[in-house]
Design a protein around this ligand. Structure first.
Ligand SMILES: [Mn+2]
Length: 307
């Protein structure tokens, strides 16, 4: 089996000059409930073949104007410690060109701080959409657990805006109350009158460098059952689209990177399709915010022989 996949069956552009870099990261070391996230990047990329080139919300065909490169998978090396593996991930991503949309496709959520360290070395804001607060300083003996990324991001000096959270433990709540760098929108609170709108307003007002991390368990599990640690409640598909619209309605947003993590492929393949389409939306909205539609039609779609 090849270690390189494609998005929407398009040829992969050279890394230098690609507008979108997508790195599959089939990392699965510390899963605590449902295994299988290591299989997610391949399953999601296979599912992208079923997408349309046209993206109906922004109303254009993003790959007519943009080139994408799906990079070779970042493979785990079981001989490496967690610290060695994550340092290798950071240095790999830091070696890539930076003038593009970078998407890390997980894999477990522990990869986020390692990507952020590479793409956002100065203090910025991480928009963290997740069912779980992921704020433990260590879990089952490792600070590199999927339960700890927020703790590592705070240690890197970033502000965190978290939403969709509906599983959090007591000392995490106490930390949120004390730490001005954390803004928490609990999932239940977002059901209150006007709360969803104030969350969108917060997203729309983010300044400076921003990184977006989407744990697929932020969705309601009736819509996305294929996740490692499902929780009742959560975002609908259209709510997540509203979040993206709020983020990208700020023209030329300084978005340093995105990751989409914690999917576990399942038999209906609805979860994979939702993730594939989510990637298309992110790519389309970012490209639209950066006005790629005004640029020549020399994108990846133009290099294949059918419409
Ligand atoms: Mn998570």
């Amino acid at each position: 089996m090849s270690d390189t996949s494609q998005f929407l069956a398009m040829p992969n552009a050279p890394v230098d000059g690609a507008n979108i870099l997508l790195l599959p990261i089939p990392l699965e070391r510390t899963v605590s409930f449902k295994p299988g996230t290591a299989d997610a990047p391949r399953a999601i990329l296979e599912t992208t073949e079923q997408l349309e080139f046209y993206e109906e919300d922004a109303g254009w065909s993003p790959f007519k104007h943009m080139q994408i490169s799906v990079l070779p998978e970042f493979a785990d090396d079981k001989s490496q410690s967690d610290a060695e593996l994550h340092a290798r991930l950071t240095s790999h991503v830091a070696s890539l060109p930076a003038d593009n949309l970078f998407i890390g496709l997980g894999g477990e959520h522990s990869l986020t701080p390692s990507l952020v360290e590479a793409r956002m070395p100065e203090p910025g804001t991480v928009l963290f959409l997740d069912a779980h607060a992921d704020m433990r300083s260590s879990y089952e003996g490792s600070k590199y657990s999927h339960a700890c990324p927020v703790s590592r991001l705070l240690a890197q000096g970033h502000k965190i805006v978290m939403a969709g959270i509906r599983s959090i433990y007591e000392s995490e709540v106490e930390r949120v109350a004390k730490d001005p760098n954390i803004t928490l929108f609990l999932d239940w609170d977002l059901q209150g009158k006007g709360q969803w709108e104030s969350f969108l307003q917060k997203v729309n007002s983010l300044e400076g460098p921003v990184y977006l991390s989407i744990d697929m368990d932020v969705f309601n599990p009736a819509e996305v059952p294929g996740v490692g640690t499902p929780q009742p409640g959560g975002f609908s598909w259209y709510q997540l689209i509203e979040v993206l619209e709020s983020l990208f309605s700020r023209k030329k947003i300084d978005l340093r990177g995105v990751d989409v993590v914690e999917l576990v492929p399942e038999t209906s393949r609805v979860s994979e399709m939702t993730t594939a389409k989510l990637l298309l939306k992110i790519i389309s909205f970012w490209g639209s915010a950066n006005e790629f539609g005004l640029k020549p039609q020399n994108g990846s779609q133009m290099q294949i022989g059918y419409e």
